[in-house]
Design a protein around this ligand. Structure first.
Ligand code: SF4
Length: 614
């Protein structure tokens, strides 16, 4: 272990054990957090952020990380009964995505556990943890949050059991659900409880959901309008109604003035309150500037590295949210469509902290965000955004009202690059290449786009720039909410020009998805031929996984597009998915015969010539 790590007192971390609580002289806790991940005290790990906010409010908080749910449940009981509530999260990833591959095979590792060990949390962890707490401490409120709770807040499709589940509030028995990024609702909740408001009467905090029992009145709120979506029972009976629900849920989750969503689940009523405003720069800074050690708790020192921490320990997150609205992605459903950015000062302060971390050798692995090049971007006239229901600001076209100025990012990249402690600062997060193509981003400032691209390629790429066209077939790209592949070709042209002008040899690595709703075998054959002719031998490819609360997942389950209710086919059997995926690997000798036969059946033998030669 590094000297700097050993010098830090244990009290720099939030308590993880009974002994640490006693060392602080605490006889009781205000809040106990239960987490499916190991405790890494870093601003990109949700439990650490929630814990630090509770601590900042002057309250006593401890974490039970990855508690054993199969023994006598001592990990759930070790801190006793908290004064205010238990806060539960399944972890930074939905546990089912964490535990299983796209083909539902059990994974042998877990990036959020010391040593990358699998098996430290149950499937459907939030539900299991909350049920245990309700059994052990029936009178203590349970608040659930994090990605699993957030994206399972309403009737949703669970790919792993291939059926619809009701809101996770129903299965878990929790009292309150926080969706999206938890800071604002949590502060609101702490404030109300601090003022003596009884927990059971708290039902109108924005960005939370509650489940009302039969006969309970819908809480009054003068500023919110309500919208009722198809009941859970109706969704079970009728896939079209289920699909149509999603349009409402997605639009209301991304509006500046959203409606409150109501849904019947049997005799109960689910109430999902509208989200908070997008966090301001000051609010973002306040969250990122909390006194994180930026390190895993020392308890893990002898237990092996935590892979997810190793990946991000020298990186800095500049903003949250994404206005891309890709059909298969959950970012906007969780973090929101509107981008929340930190101040330059707060980012630079964190970069400085990273340079002082044990083991830092001069390389920042990422100056990024969900999409790297969205920092500080927003509507030019936000009163127009306030009336907008578009799920994406850049698809099917870039909105005239969107500012895509790349200068604030260039400014930060350059300032970080000039720091004497930094040898190189990479931009590792995905770059939205379409915003850098003038023919697509017609109103964008060409100078700032070109300057950004040159800056990134010359100073912030490790030899390979990864971008995500995701497909080549326009009909599938439209369903994915991605631009036509011809814009990727224009991007590549520009990329090649910058490369040769500067005598560089950077490589462009495109990402693709097979098996996406709308994609068929003929599309995949075209994809293989198109990319081959551009000189790519694909490596960054994945099969589509239907995760809760995405447009693509709703299409996969229901067969209908939530916005148009048009029927859209999806490959559903393992064989169909495998066949689509196989086209990525046209260059493997063992696939030659199969590809020729398949193209023959599709009546596309001409493609065989393009793909395999004579
Ligand atoms: S008006 Fe344009 S920039 Fe504003 S939210 Fe809508 S699509 Fe995005």
């Amino acid at each position: 272990m590094n000297q700097q790590e050993t010098r830090r007192p244990l009290s720099d971390w939030l308590p993880l054990t009974r002994k640490e609580v006693e060392n602080r002289g605490w006889e009781e806790l205000d809040v106990v957090l239960i987490s499916g991940d190991a405790y890494v005290d870093h601003p990109t790990f949700g439990t650490a952020v929630i814990g630090r906010i509770i601590e900042e409010a002057g309250l006593r908080v401890a974490i039970s990380a990855q508690p054993n749910w199969q023994d006598d449940l001592r990990d759930f009981r070790k801190f006793g009964k908290p004064r205010m509530f238990f806060g539960v999260s399944g972890g930074c990833m939905d546990p089912m995505v964490n535990h299983y591959t796209a083909s539902k095979r059990k994974r042998s590792d877990d990036a959020y556990t010391p040593g990358g060990r699998a098996g430290a949390r149950p499937d459907y962890a939030t539900t299991i943890y909350a049920q245990i707490l309700k059994k052990l401490f029936p009178d203590v409120p349970v608040v659930i949050g994090g990605i699993e709770a957030s994206l399972r807040r309403v009737t949703h499709y669970d790919y792993w059991q291939d059926r619809l589940f009701p809101s996770i509030l129903e299965s878990s028995g929790a009292d309150l659900l926080v969706y999206g990024m938890g800071e604002m609702p949590l502060k609101f909740l702490l404030d109300l409880l601090g003022r003596g408001v009884p927990f059971h009467s708290i039902k109108t905090i924005p960005q939370t959901a509650v489940l009302l029992s039969e006969g309970e009145k819908i809480p009054k709120n003068k500023t919110w309008k309500d919208v009722e979506i198809a009941s859970h029972d109706r969704c079970l009976e009728d896939k079209k109604s289920y699909s149509a629900n999603f349009k409402i849920v997605e639009q209301e989750s991304n509006k500046m003035q959203a409606r409150r969503i109501l849904q019947r689940i049997g005799d109960k009523t689910l109430v999902i309150n509208p989200p908070f405003h997008t966090m301001t720069e000051k609010e973002m800074d306040a969250s990122f500037d909390l006194p994180f050690t930026r390190l895993p708790h020392p308890k893990y020192n002898q237990k092996g590295e935590i892979p997810a921490f190793e990946m991000i320990k020298f990186s800095v997150n500049m903003h949250r949210g994404c206005f891309g609205g890709c059909s298969f992605c959950t970012i906007s459903a969780h973090q929101g469509k509107f981008v929340a950015s930190r101040s330059k000062e707060s980012i630079m302060k964190e970069v400085k902290k990273v340079t002082e971390m044990p083991g830092f050798k001069g390389y920042i692995s990422d100056l990024g965000g969900p999409s790297a090049n969205m920092y500080k971007m927003k509507g030019k006239d936000e009163s127009i955004c306030a009336r907008c229901v578009a799920p994406s600001c850049i698809h099917p076209v870039v909105c005239d009202n969107l500012s895509t100025d790349h200068k604030p990012m260039i400014d930060i990249y350059r300032e970080v690059d000039a720091m004497p402690e930094i040898k190189k600062a990479f931009v590792g997060s995905g770059i939205r290449y379409d915003m850098l193509v003038k023919e697509y981003n017609k109103r964008g400032d060409a100078d700032s786009m070109n300057e950004y691209m040159e800056q990134v390629l010359k100073r912030h790429v490790s030899g390979r720039l990864k971008v995500a066209p995701e497909h080549t077939a326009d009909k599938t790209l439209r369903i994915m909410r991605k631009p036509s592949f011809r814009f990727f070709k224009l991007f590549k042209k520009k990329f090649d020009e910058i490369n040769s002008k500067n005598g560089m040899n950077q490589q462009l690595v495109p990402y693709f998805i097979s098996g996406h709703p709308g994609s068929d075998l003929a599309d995949m054959a075209d994809l293989a031929a198109e990319t081959k002719e551009m000189g790519f031998k694909l490596e960054q490819v994945q099969g589509f996984t239907p995760t809760p609360m995405t447009v693509a997942t709703e299409i996969y389950y229901s067969g209908f597009h939530p916005y148009t209710l048009a029927e859209i086919p999806s490959p559903r059997t393992a064989a169909d998915k495998e066949a689509q995926h196989r086209f990525f690997f046209w260059w493997k000798p063992e696939n030659t015969g199969w590809i020729r036969r398949t193209l023959g059946k599709l009546g596309k033998l001409k493609l065989a010539g393009r793909l395999l030669g004579r």
